[in-house]
Design a protein around this ligand. Sequence first.
Ligand code: 5GP
Length: 234
Amino acid sequence: MNKLEQLYEGKAKKVFKTEEPDYYLVEYKDDATAFNGEKKGSILDKGVVNNKMSALLFQMLEEKGIPTHFEKLISDREQYVKAVKILPLEVIVRNIAAGSLAKRLGLEEGVVMKETVLEFCYKDDALGDPMINDYHIYAMEFATKEQVEAIKVMSLKINELLLAFFLEHGLKLVDFKLEFGLFKGQVILADEISPDTCRLWDAETNKKMDKDRFRRDLGDVEQTYQEVLSRIQG
Ligand code: 5GP
């Protein structure tokens, strides 16, 4: 499969066509943005870390029965994925209060939620990815009831699998964002799982080991991304 013309360039990745209509090539970049694009920068070798970490996690999830778009890692920054049509939804899964949830509900960051919280946002940069509920999803025809049910079941299962996996590697999974796509009529997990899309805290010290180091200027950004990759590879 060769890399053909570029289909799309996002904030963190480029997507290319391949000779196979059912597969795309994704290239991970070092560009970093936060606060809906207001803060811009670059994290050296973030693209390498996120490509390898996503590949490793998506393979683990596939082995545990979650259908994903991941096909094959092909270089430090590139992977083949199934050519999905991304649903315009961000699914946020939260175990511990942080970020916008802590702010919205007036909770102290670090409060353990009594139950896992699932949120949906409409994926639209111009609108700032507003939070929506199931009724908005059906009224706007973003997804069908069956698709939303499948997404909820998969998201909770992915949370269970990732919580256990990260804890084995000395990390607490605070919250994360998932995206799903349609491939041959089936809803499958797409996009990435990385320190860009998860909040991960050191299990002993609660040190922030994710993009909050960039968002909040906490320093050691590059080293922390490398540390997360080496922990989960170890
Ligand atoms: P919050 O709503 O607290 O800002 O984010 C909750 C979780 O979802 C965090 O782990 C955050 O990294 C992830 N997340 C939410 N929105 C986005 C987004 O637009 N892009 C990325 N990469 N992650 C997001």
